[in-house]
Design a binder for this molecule. Structure first.
Ligand code: GDP
Ligand code: IMO
Ligand code: MG
Length: 425
């Protein structure tokens, strides 16, 4: 079975943990969009690993990971991640493949990301990793790909054109010093030597894997509401984080996808700017942020937290075609007396249940809440749905009813063991 995992909220839903749990049933793990703006946490045998570009299932020996063509790769960040995993005893060097069609991030992308953030009227609160500007170059058809990096003559020429162009922007528009072409050429030529052995034709690689009956697990980064088309634009990332991004970003046809699983926290979080209709008031924000350790895995920024928003999650189910949902961080609600679920928005005297595209409308929406009793008991040791407190079961059943899809996995703690599959498995 070939499975797609996507974030059903604003990212950080616990996709890394879910991928790690599901990797036992997969052979090839694939990232298909985003870059090292992602931070996917896996806690195995008491050790924490945060994956940025490398697929999160690779702690399992014998698995192979592909960084697909839709990913934007900062070679420095990738080599750093590879080196750190290797140093921690994870045998990863031969396991990581890179598509020759993936685009590369350069220091000028990162610099532009930061400059654009500091000069734009409404900040997005990007991760500052150069993700957006790299995708801009890809779409503008001046980007530099992994295949170019592996061809010294082509690379030198493309880099010269890009550095010339970007330096013009830095000097004339931003009054910043230029970047050195020679320094960048030398640095990236070094990266080419170190990465060359990982480079594959991604389309052929996955096509052959499918022909050999290998099981694919696609790992979405970010989340549905951060998707460039379907998210809270412009407060989004610059790629298709939804399941629709898999085909373009990995080079596989839609017919290879058997199952789509959305990952949602039992509440909601977001990092950076943009609407979050169910955002908590300060006291509850502090409580949940502390209990849920809601600080970004990539940037360390505090995450904004709010109640579960069923309008958002139902929208994610529809956009992604989710067959089921994995619910994470149920344990973070263990102490709550009452739990709220947002079932709609009150807007101009009527109640809407469709997520509005117009952020102006969204800004004027008031969440409509349904209250459920909390369970006031620890869930971290539960190994099955039946072992959960009755009120927790009721909460999850209500989410299923609102989302109109079954829950297939429940996570009640950050450790690998603190998750169990439910029902439809
Ligand atoms: P991702 O980007 O979707 O992979 O999620 P992140 O790794 O950025 O953030 C999820 C955070 O929640 C990480 O610190 C995980 O270790 C942690 N986590 C995942 N599942 C659970 C859970 O069920 N309970 C608790 N308490 N923490 C969890
Ligand atoms: P994972 O994969 C949460 C957010 C940033 C910002 C917006 C645009 O760990 O879930 P970008 O640097 O991508 O141009 O920033 O997107 N963002 C994330 N938020 N989780 C992520 O990844 C994110 N990646 C980007 O905070 O609001
Ligand atoms: Mg994350």
């Amino acid at each position: 079975m070939n499975i797609v995992i996507v974030g059903a909220q604003w990212g950080d839903e616990g996709k890394g943990k879910v991928i790690d749990v599901l990797t036992e049933d997969a052979d090839i793990l694939i990232r298909y969009q985003g870059g090292h703006n992602a931070g996917h946490t896996v806690i195995a045998d008491g050790h924490e690993f945060i994956f940025h570009l490398i697929p999160s299932g690779l702690l399992h020996p014998g698995k192979v990971g592909l960084i697909g063509n839709g990913v934007v790769i900062d070679p420095e960040a990738l080599l750093d991640e590879l080196g750190k995993l290797q140093a921690r005893g994870v045998d990863i060097i031969r396991a990581v493949k890179i598509s020759d069609q993936a685009h590369l991030i350069f220091p000028y992308h990162k610099r532009l990301d930061l400059l654009e953030e500091s000069t734009r009227a409404g900040r997005i609160g990007t991760t500052g990793r150069g993700i957006g500007p790299c995708y801009v170059d890809k779409v503008a058809r001046c980007g530099i790909r992994v295949a170019d990096l592996c061809n010294p003559k082509v690379f030198a020429e493309k880099l010269r054109q890009n550095v010339t162009e970007k330096n013009r922007l830095f000097e004339l528009l931003y009054r910043e010093p230029p970047l050195s072409y020679d320094e960048l050429l030398a640095r990236y030529s070094g990266y080419a030597k170190q990465l060359q052995s990982h480079v594959v034709n991604g389309v052929r690689f996955l096509h052959d894997a499918v022909a050999q009956g290998k099981r694919l697990l696609f790992e979405g980064a970010q989340g549905t509401l951060l998707d460039i088309d379907h998210g809270t634009y412009p407060y989004v990332t610059s790629s298709n984080a939804t399941s629709g991004g898999v085909c373009a970003g990995a080079g596989v046809p839609p017919t290879v996808i058997d199952r789509v699983i959305g990952v949602a926290k039992a509440y909601t979080t977001r990092v950076g700017e943009g609407p979050l209709p169910t955002e908590f008031a300060p006291a509850l924000m502090e409580q949940i942020r502390t209990k849920g350790k809601e600080f970004g895995a990539t940037t360390g920024r505090p995450r904004r937290c709010g109640w579960f928003d069923a309008v958002v999650a139902r929208y994610a189910v529809i956009v992604n075609g989710c067959h089921s949902i994995a619910v994470t961080k149920l344990d973070v609600l263990d102490e709550m007396e009452t739990i709220q679920i947002c079932t709609g928005y009150r807007s101009g005297g009527r109640i809407i249940t469709e997520f509005p595209a117009d952020l102006d409308v969204l800004a004027r929406c008031e969440p409509v809440y349904e209250s459920l009793p909390g369970w006031r008991a620890e869930t971290g040791e539960a190994a099955s749905f039946e072992e959960l407190p009755a009120a927790a079961q009721r909460y999850l059943k209500r989410l299923e009813a609102l989302l109109e899809v079954p829950i297939c996995l429940i996570s009640t703690g950050s450790k690998r063991e603190q998750a169990f599959k439910v029902g439809c498995w």
